[in-house]
Write a protein of this length. Structure first.
Ligand SMILES: NC(=O)c1ccc[n+]([C@@H]2O[C@H](COP(=O)([O-])OP(=O)(O)OC[C@H]3O[C@@H](n4cnc5c(N)ncnc54)[C@H](OP(=O)(O)O)[C@@H]3O)[C@@H](O)[C@H]2O)c1
Length: 333
């Protein structure tokens, strides 16, 4: 009999996750009841938000319970179905969890066409990170031709697409990323105008040099001292879509700062947090635009595909917090 291997949350992590925070358990492959289908999971999306989902306390979704399969966006093939909309052989993505087989009633599940794009792209540029970049930049950032857009975590799944869309919209685009290699990728491959290496260079001085007309849109992925440096260079009536604050996701004490929030006041900035689900009804619009730009060669997607199955999850997740990933991080099952 084939078994289902599942990774369950065993204890709430303090700081970076360790293998002890999880337990691997085995069970039978689920059978679908009426209105359900079973998916063989092939690829799991590894996202910074997962670390937050492990914490107790109020957030935009309830925490993953102790003993529950770790929540994850993932993709795979329907292998059995008693559901009116999903049939055997369909490829799907959605909240399927860190496990080899998942049963679903179709909620949060999307059918995808893997003849036009790979499963990894459906979890990356055409999936949640691409959609996040699209709405965060265009709806909240409101970039206008000739303006300067600054993006942190610029080489990653969301940041890389934010910058490329901002170029399409005729902006000067400056990235912030860790290391010379990532910065070279951001400028040479993605076409940003400049990139500041926050691990080796002074970010404040870098923004001053590369954004000579100030910053109109700062797309915030990181928080902490990078946020402070960006805030100091914002133009009057600038916009800050607050997408993520990855520098604090493993913090064990309250982070310092921000030290200069007064710039929000004196420069009359608009700073708005958002979660991609806020735009759920408009996902098709984003997917259409992202696919068209990708087909025309205006936007590149890059995936970082890891092997090792569900057992490798804790180590692969931690790569996001050291910058060990190069592009959208996914785990093959
Ligand atoms: N609001 C939403 O709905 C939504 C949806 C998706 C993602 N997000 C957020 O978007 C951000 C990017 O996510 P992603 O999926 O695209 O991940 P990603 O950028 O592909 O990977 C994370 C990157 O963050 C950078 N990083 C990690 N720790 C850092 C630190 N202390 N200081 C500066 N940079 C650091 C690393 O890049 P370097 O090597 O350059 O340091 C790392 O490669 C995250 O904050 C995430 O939570 C939000």
């Amino acid at each position: 009999m084939t078994t289902n291997t599942m990774l369950k949350l065993a204890a709430r992590p303090k700081g970076l996750v360790t293998r002890d925070n999880f337990e691997i358990s085995q069970g039978p492959v689920p059978e679908p009841n009426d209105g359900e289908f079973v998916v063989k999971v092939e690829m799991i999306s590894i996202d910074p938000a997962m670390r937050g989902w492990m914490n107790e306390g109020k957030s935009y979704v309830p925490p993953v319970g102790i003993g529950e399969v770790m929540r994850a966006l993932a993709g795979g093939t329907v292998i059995a179905s008693k559901h009116p909309r999903f049939k055997e052989g369909d490829m799907v993505t959605g909240l399927l969890g860190v496990q080899e087989y998942a049963v679903s009633d179709g909620q949060s599940i999307t059918a995808i066409d893997t003849s036009s794009a790979s499963l990894a792209d459906w979890l990356g540029g055409l999936g949640m990170p691409g959609i996040t970049a699209y709405f965060g930049l265009l709806e909240i950032g409101q970039p206008k031709e000739g303006e300067t857009v600054l993006v942190s975590a610029a080489s990653g799944a969301v940041g890389s697409i934010v910058g490329q869309i901002a170029k399409i919209k005729g902006c000067r685009v400056v990235g912030i990323a860790g290391g010379a290699e990532k910065c070279a990728y951001v400028t040479d491959e993605l076409g940003f105008d400049a990139c500041i290496d926050y691990k080796n260079d002074d970010v404040f001085a870098g923004i001053k040099e590369h954004c000579p007309n100030g910053v109109d849109v700062y797309f915030e992925n990181v928080g902490g001292t990078i946020f402070d440096a960006a805030l100091s260079h914002m133009n009057t009536f600038g916009r800050i879509p607050v997408c993520g604050m990855i520098s604090a996701y493993n913090a064990t004490s309250a982070p310092d700062g921000p030290k200069n929030l007064r710039f929000v006041l004196v420069n009359r900035l608009t700073m708005r947090g958002f979660i991609v689900f806020d735009f759920f009804d408009r996902y098709p619009e984003a997917i259409k635009a992202l696919s068209e730009w990708n087909e025309k060669g205006l936007i590149k997607f890059r995936q970082d595909v890891r092997e090792g199955g569900v057992h490798a999850y804790p180590d692969v997740l931690n790569e996001l917090f050291s910058g060990g990933n190069n592009g959208k991080l996914v785990l093959k099952v």
